[in-house]
Write a protein that binds this ligand. Structure first.
Ligand code: PMP
Length: 362
């Protein structure tokens, strides 16, 4: 009965589903914060060369990839744990650190669904503190909810679904206020898109704060969502715990090659940042011009509300866009039924979204 309490993870609608449902030729997906430029060219080249080795098992501890990540992020490889998406790192962090029936895990509300799902599945109490009405974080309120049994606190920066990122100085103050036994996990899935990154990330504190974990993913800026690759950076002793329980081959051979190549393809990385920053500014301006309220964002997506007095609900607008072949994300499942989230796409995708939204709102 406990298992039946869970639903299989419902991913967003796929392009193929919408194409078939509405008999459309062209469908644009701006719903899952994927990379607007696709897969890095160097990854495509390397994967062709490495597919012939797919009959071999990969090395269980993925050492070449860990070294490449460590080099890129300026940390020792002993601090890096890679997983089948950062989802897997979230799962094993809760597994190794939180004792079911005794400990609790804390996060803001709303937040990325995986923190709650995995806590609940592992039998660990999950607590939430609401974000402010403007989606900013009151970190003092979060600190007040920490008790002696808080094993982990998840803070997403930039946040999903709002795009808000607290300044590094605020997060640092919060990190230093936590008891040593409580691990602060800063989920930086979207941090590459923040401007400037140094003003928001506290990863430079990894060497100093033993209870700090930083999560990153290859699903966004590196364009590898379908290959499933993410990682955590943490104290080597904690990393050692994670390696003990991680499934041995959860990062497959192709994903390892792809991750290394994605880090090397700095041209693609720079082009992605440029496309996201330009598209983000343009989309926010266009949404405002339509009377919508886009929230300030440091991520590769924008949360927005419809114009005041709009006769359509957010769900109506989502569905009308869907019929026209534009997939965005309604936020009912985040407890935000009046908000919508759109990922920054390529230039023509952004234009198509705005053109269609204009018609839907007319
Ligand atoms: N954290 C946040 C905040 C996310 O939005 C996502 C993906 N939507 C993830 C983690 C998981 O990323 P991955 O694809 O690496 O599992």
């Amino acid at each position: 009965p406990e298992v039946l309490d869970f639903e299989p993870y419902a991913a967003g609608l796929s392009i193929e589903e919408i194409r078939e449902r509405y008999g459309l030729e062209c469908v644009i997906k701006l719903a899952s914060n994927e990379n607007p430029l696709g897969v890095p060219p160097l990854v495509q080249k390397r994967l062709k060369a490495s597919v012939g080795f797919a009959f071999r098992y990969p090395k269980p501890d993925t050492p070449r990839l860990c070294k490449a990540i460590a080099h890129r992020m300026g940390v020792d490889p002993s601090r890096v744990v890679v997983g089948n998406g950062s989802d897997e790192i979230i799962d094993i962090l809760i597994r190794v650190r939180a004792v079911p029936g005794r400990d609790n895990v804390l996060a803001f509300k709303p937040c990325f669904s995986m923190y709650k799902l995995q806590s609940k599945f592992l039998g660990v109490e999950f607590r939430q503190v609401p974000v402010e009405a403007d989606f900013t974080y009151d970190l003092d309120k979060l600190a007040a909810a920490v008790d002696e049994h808080t094993a982990l606190v998840f803070v997403t920066s930039p946040d999903n679904p709002s795009g808000y990122a607290p300044k590094a100085s605020l997060l640092e103050k919060f990190a230093r206020s936590l008891p040593e036994t409580c691990i602060l996990v800063v989920d930086e899935a979207y941090m590459d898109f923040a401007v400037p990154e140094e003003e928001y990330s506290i990863r430079n504190l990894l060497g100093e704060l033993d209870n700090l974990v930083i999560l990153r993913t290859f699903s966004k800026v590196y364009g590898l969502a379908g290959l499933r690759l993410g990682y955590g950076m943490m104290h080597p002793a904690l990393a050692d715990y994670l390696w003990r329980v991680r499934l041995p081959f959860s990062v497959n051979l192709m994903a390892e090659e792809a991750g290394i190549a994605a880090i090397e393809d700095t041209c693609f990385y720079e082009a992605t940042l440029k496309a996201v920053h330009t598209g983000r500014e343009w989309l926010a301006a266009q949404l405002s011009a339509l009377g919508c309220t886009p929230k300030p964002t440091q991520a590769n997506f924008i949360l927005f509300a419809l114009p005041e007095g709009c006769p359509l609900s957010a769900k109506d607008v989502f569905e009308k866009l869907l019929e026209r072949g534009i997939i965005i994300r309604p936020l009912g499942s985040y407890g935000l039924p009046d908000s919508l989230r759109v990922s920054i796409g390529a230039e023509r995708e952004n234009q198509a979204f705005i053109d269609n939204l204009k018609e839907v709102l007319a």
